[in-house]
Each structure stands twice: as C-alpha cells, then as structure tokens.
Design a protein around this ligand. Structure first.
Ligand SMILES: Nc1ncnc2c1ncn2[C@@H]1O[C@H](COP(=O)(O)OP(=O)(O)OP(=O)(O)O)[C@@H](O)[C@H]1O
Length: 342
C-alpha cells in the first residue's frame, strides 16, 4: 500500500522544551491513524508539522510531497482551537470555505452529514452551542473532500449521539479511501475508529499498533473488581475448584483473568463469608487500560509489575520503541527543514 503520510526523525523545540524528539511514522492511504498521549506530549505539534504550519527538523511528506508545497485542496484540517468569524451562519461559513476551492462537496450535504440542519444552519456561529460550533468546524474541514484529513480532538463538546454519528461519517470516509489522522483524548473514540494507534509521550513515539494488539500487549487481563464493606481475607476463595489471582487493596479486591463463566462461583465464594459486597464490576481490558499502563510507566517509571495478593493492580511494562516497522521502506519524496521556535 502507498504511504499517504510519512514523518522521519522529526524534531521540534520551543526554547528548552523538546516538543518532538525524533518522531518517525508512516500512515497508509485510506488508513485511520489515532495519535494519543498526555497533555503536552507533542500531538498538536506533530499535526502542525505534518500540515506545514510549523517548521521542524526532519523529513515529512503528504502524498509524496512536502507539506508546505502540497496542493491545499488535498488536505482537510480541523485544528484543536479554531474559531471562524462569529457573525456568520453555519450556512454562510461553509459557503465561504467552499469558495476557496475549485471543487467541493455540496455545502448543504456536508452540514447535514455533521448533523446540522434547520435553524442551526441559519443562526450566527457565535450563538450556536459548543457542540454545534464543533460540528460546523468539522464540516469546514470536510468541504473540499480531502484525500487526507487531520482531526485534532474532533468530537470535543459534541453529545454522545452526535459523536456516534460523526464516527460513522468518518468510517464512511475512510472506507472511501480518505486517510484520517486523528488525535484524541477519548480512548473509546480511538479504539472504535483507528486502524492503528501511536502513543506519544514527551515528544517520542513509544509504541504503534492496532488497538487489539496494544490491548493484548499492554492492557492486562479481564478483571472482576469486588468492593466490600470490610476487607476480604485470603481464605475467602479457598473453596473454589480453580486457581485465581487476586490483588487486595483495603476493601477493593481485584480478581484477574476471570472468564464470564467463573464469575458466579467467585461471587458464591464471597457470599459464604461474613463480608458484605457493595459492588461488583467485570471489566474487559480496553485502550484506556493501555493508555494508563503506558502513561503510568512513562510518567512514573519506578512502578513495577506486582505479583498476586499485592496491594496494587498490575502495570505492564512498555515495549522498546516501535514505530510500526514500515517507515524506512517508504519511498515518498521528503524534505528536511530547519526547526525554529514557531
Ligand atoms: N507555540 C508554542 N510555544 C512554546 N511552547 C509550545 C508551543 N506550542 C507547544 N508548545 C509546547 O510544546 C509541548 C507540546 O505541546 P503540544 O501542544 O504539541 O502538546 P499536545 O500533546 O497537543 O497537548 P494537549 O493534549 O494538551 O493538546 C508542550 O510542552 C507545549 O507547552
């Protein structure tokens, strides 16, 4: 498959702050790539580098062309902070942005796609709700029917139903061949949408993989979390006919690797004690667990893997740096520019 987007050894500093510290990645045409990481990790800086709005040291290309030289009609960008003129309506704004390109999608259809119709398209932008304003911004990013779409926190402020309909829209676009580069703090969003996810921390890509492989590697196992009125003692589960691994922290007991069929027996075992159960939660590992494991490991490197009956839940260790393996094989035209503090 052809690379739609390539970054190789990208560095960016703002004074003493190293925002990007040797980032390399490659995203295929039609792929939906999710970039996640803590506040200040460098996500927005990487998007700015890829869209040619900040200078960096390193090599970048979009569809084989350096970002600053790319025909802008090929790219759609939704920045994290974007405030169009407030005293234009959604309809006027989308018509205005459509006028900047030769070929565009039908403005009314794009507004409809992002869930705006009726009064919300004829009110001034500044009088729309935060979620409606964000929908207008998404529509503006889509108006030129871009081949590569950068979305920085696209669904911030959008209600759950609107979020789901935007996710469907993005899935449709990706299925039609649009490359989507998504940054988000919503792990649900990224897990649902992204073909691959990159975890950025302190300007470095720590790992890249598809959501399920990241979950398998970093997120730990299924867990049954039992909150009790008083602490359970170690003999509580001795009647079980199978082995379990527990970690106990005060009134919270976490039983690891619990299959759905074992839950009933475990609850029966607790019921046979004198301890009152306050809540039970069975949780399958997800991308949020990956995020917490990686962030926990990188933000607090002294955390170590615990054994059973320890006081804390397990924090898996992160892998060696893994950039997905296909960066060096790309042959896209790239250029090197000097970074400056912008
Ligand atoms: N224009 C700038 N001038 C100075 N420092 C900057 C500038 N832009 C970003 N930084 C710094 O670079 C680092 C990375 O910032 P960036 O905005 O890329 O992070 P982020 O991962 O997008 O964060 P968030 O999740 O909070 O949006 C931060 O330490 C930030 O303070």
């Amino acid at each position: 498959m052809t690379a739609a987007l390539v970054a190789e050894n990208v560095y960016k500093s703002y004074g003493d702050v190293r925002a990007l510290d040797g980032v390399s990645l490659s995203v295929d045409a039609g792929e939906m790539f999710g970039l996640v990481g803590p506040n200040g990790a460098g996500k927005t800086t990487l998007v700015r580098a890829l869209t040619g709005t900040t200078t960096v040291r390193g090599q970048l290309s979009i569809r084989g062309v350096t970002p600053t030289k790319l025909d802008k009609s090929q790219v759609g960008v939704l920045p994290q902070s974007f405030t169009p003129p407030g005293r234009l309506t959604a309809h006027e704004l989308i018509e205005y942005y459509a006028g900047l390109y030769e070929d565009t999608r039908d403005p009314a259809t794009v507004l409809d796609d992002v869930g705006l119709s009726g009064d919300s398209t004829t009110q001034w932008y500044e009088t729309l709700s935060g979620g409606q304003q964000r929908r207008v911004c998404v529509a503006i990013a889509l108006i030129n029917d871009p081949a590569v779409l950068f979305l920085d926190e696209p669904t911030t402020g959008i209600d759950p139903a609107g979020r789901r309909s935007l996710w469907s829209l993005l899935e449709t676009l990706a299925a039609g061949g649009t490359t989507v580069f998504l940054t988000s703090h919503s792990m649900t969003e990224v897990e649902r949408l992204a073909d691959r996810v990159g975890f950025l921390n302190d300007g470095q890509l720590l790992t890249i993989g598809d959501p399920q492989s990241l979950i398998d590697t970093h997120a730990g196992e299924n867990k049954l979390i039992i909150e009790t009125e008083t602490a359970l003692d170690s003999t509580a589960f001795s009647s079980l006919s199978f082995d379990i691994q527990t970690s106990v922290s005060g009134t919270r007991t976490v039983v690891k690797s619990v299959g759905p069929r074992d839950i009933g027996d475990i609850i029966d075992a607790v019921d046979m004690t004198t301890v009152t159960v306050e809540s039970l939660t069975w949780k399958q590992p997800d991308l949020e667990d990956v995020y917490l494991a990686l962030a926990g490991e990188t933000l607090n490197p002294s955390r170590t893997t615990k054994t059973s009956n320890s006081n804390e839940d397990t924090a898996p260790r992160i892998d060696d740096v893994n950039t997905g393996g296909n960066v060096m094989s790309q042959t896209a035209i790239t250029t090197t520019t000097e970074e400056s503090d912008q």
